[in-house]
Design a binder for this molecule. Structure first.
Ligand SMILES: CC(C)(COP(=O)(O)OP(=O)(O)OC[C@H]1O[C@@H](n2cnc3c(N)ncnc32)[C@H](O)[C@@H]1OP(=O)(O)O)[C@@H](O)C(=O)NCCC(=O)NCCS
Length: 368
């Protein structure tokens, strides 16, 4: 049975930064309160012309470059987002088109902030089954579009960004070693974006009632998160036949420093084994785990051979964890692939397909 290795990684974070002091000019809050209660100092906010697909494409191309893999070699793209570009079509398809992943099946997984864990596990299972060889997983957010910038209990928490992994099959042991996924829909209303779906289709009332903004029972989510995070990490470790002593790094979902501290206490692990960057990004939902992982790799903290645990929680309610052995790109004699070069080809291909569809439409109208 092949193993599913993480062989490529990339992130894309919009440049504009919104500090706590900036927020204090918008709502009744202050830097000290936000830092003490959450650990967040600033977050990045997408420009008007940046969307989940824009950030997702940038992160994907970087991940493919690290893996030295052409977009045309990808079999499967799974995107996960709490702020998808549309209800449908899937953001994964927009990314597939823009990077020129001509043979990939592409779809979205919705598991809110746990999405990246679920998506990585699903892609790893497809590789382990032998069904596919190369997968691209993306967590991408412009959650700032769904924030009520007058609600200080939510708008201080979230930020925008994207992260991507390439997963590849290899006979060499390593890669994703175990994973657990959990859900509790009885807590669906504790963290919810209620408007725009079939229950509350967009209309004047839903706009008036702020139903198109993230709504949250912060205390309930806090209690839930502190209960499940350490437990899920331990469960995934048990499944891999490992203990916390075998692990070099824990990469938790970056929602709140205090939640991470509670998980560390539960696991009886020092905080310096946790990768934490919540102070600079806030909660980037599905993108938070890959952004933290990629930064830790780039800083030389996570090294080849390290055992790591990725652990997340979020709306749904959902939570999960996975254990991985970090192995890096698969060595290959192949020439250096430049995935960005495929973008021109992807644009032309997309344009031609649209043109053919248009001409087909005109011709079929004549036939009728
Ligand atoms: C949101 C959260 C930071 C609030 O922290 P808290 O310690 O529970 O704070 P409370 O809601 O009890 O509020 C305490 C006080 O601060 C006030 N307050 C709330 N938000 C504030 C803000 N941004 N700035 C200043 N004061 C604020 C409250 O009104 C309250 O005032 P009161 O005591 O006069 O009523 C915390 O509950 C949390 O992190 N929850 C988890 C959220 C999360 O991670 N969501 C995403 C999951 S993927």
């Amino acid at each position: 049975m092949p193993y599913a290795h993480i062989t490529g990684w990339g992130i894309s974070v919009p440049e504009p930064v919104l500090t706590n002091d900036d927020l204090a000019k918008m709502v009744d809050t202050n830097d000290q309160w936000i830092r003490e209660r959450t650990g967040i100092r600033e977050r990045h906010i997408a420009r008007e012309d940046q969307f989940p697909s824009t950030l997702g494409v940038e992160a994907s191309l970087k991940a493919l470059e690290v893996a030295n893999l052409a977009p045309t070699d990808i079999d499967l793209i799974i995107c996960t987002s709490s702020s998808p570009e549309y209800i449908w079509p899937p953001t994964a398809c927009l990314i597939q088109d823009q990077i020129g992943a001509t043979k990939a099946g592409a779809f979205d997984i919705q598991a809110v902030c746990t999405g990246f864990i679920f998506a990585t596990n699903m892609a790893a299972q497809s590789i382990r089954s032998g069904a596919i060889k190369n997968a691209l997983i993306i967590g991408t957010e412009t959650l700032s579009r769904f924030m009520n910038w007058k609600d200080r209990s939510t708008c201080i928490l979230f930020g925008d960004g994207a992260g991507a992994f390439v997963l590849q099959a290899s006979d060499k042991p390593g890669g994703i070693l175990s994973a657990v996924m959990h859900s509790d829909g009885s807590g669906a209303d504790t963290l919810i974006l209620p408007g725009g779906g079939a229950r509350f289709p967009a209309n004047e009332t839903t706009v008036h009632e702020n139903k198109h903004f993230v709504q949250m029972d912060g205390k309930a989510v806090f209690r839930f998160a502190t209960r499940v995070m350490g437990y899920a990490a331990k469960e995934a470790l048990d499944l891999a036949g490992m203990t916390t002593d075998d692990v070099q790094w824990i990469v938790p979902h970056q929602a709140n420093y205090r939640i991470i501290e509670t998980a560390a206490k539960y696991l009886k692990m020092p905080m310096d084994k946790f990768v934490i960057n919540v102070e600079r990004y806030g909660n980037t939902s599905t993108a938070s785990i890959p952004i933290a992982t990629v930064e830790a790799v780039q800083k030389g903290m996570i090294k080849n051979g390290d055992k790591i645990v990725l652990v997340g929680f979020g709306g749904g309610l959902t939570w999960g964890a996975l254990v991985a052995e970090w192995t890096g790109p698969i060595p290959s004699p192949k020439l250096h692939v430049r995935p960005t070069r495929y973008r021109l080809f992807a644009r032309i291909r997309s344009w031609l397909l649209r043109a053919v569809r248009y001409i087909e439409g005109v011709l079929s109208r004549r036939e009728l």
